[in-house]
Design a protein around this ligand. Structure first.
Ligand code: DQA
Length: 145
């Protein structure tokens, strides 16, 4: 089974951008670790990043037919995007929302998520390791489906 791992705006700068908040791992490092974990779990991962909101919507729609589940770090669009909310609601596959930082310990504007109400589960504040946690959780959901 294939799982989509979708990453939103500015996550291409991971490792360079505010490392005290987001850690020193790059998105490529995270992709490598997720791929290794996926192999152990017998899953294949399609790992993507974009800075464009509509691109995320297109990929979520693509997941309807091509993926057994979605792990998504929507980054700043988490807090703004009704389009992502609607797309994920229609996705028909389990969705896990991931944030590297604990958004609830940060600015007020990060405390609301348009994605959380349409997510099966949420992994927040575990840094890069959160992606592996999300994959473990999603694998269990897929196995039960
Ligand atoms: C983030 C948290 C968001 O509030 C922020 O806009 C990001 C990254 C995280 O992974 O901690 O870009 O999604």
């Amino acid at each position: 089974s294939t799982v989509f791992v979708l990453n939103g705006p500015n996550l291409n700068l991971l490792g360079l951008r505010e490392p005290e908040i987001y850690g020193s791992d790059t998105l490529n490092d995270i992709e490598d670790r997720v791929a290794a974990r996926a192999k152990q779990l017998g899953l294949s991962v399609d790992f993507r990043q974009t800075n464009v909101e509509g691109q995320l919507v297109d990929w979520i729609q693509e997941a309807r037919t091509k993926a057994k589940g979605i792990i998504i770090n929507p980054a700043a669009y988490t807090h703004t995007s009704v389009a992502l909310h609607d797309a994920l609601k229609a996705a028909d596959v389990p969705v896990i929302e991931v944030h590297l930082s604990n958004t609830y310990a940060r600015e007020e504007f990060r405390h609301h998520s348009y994605v959380s109400p349409v997510a099966h589960g949420i992994v927040v504040g575990f840094g890069a390791y959160g992606y592996e946690l999300a994959l473990d959780g999603l694998a269990r959901i897929i196995a039960k489906n």
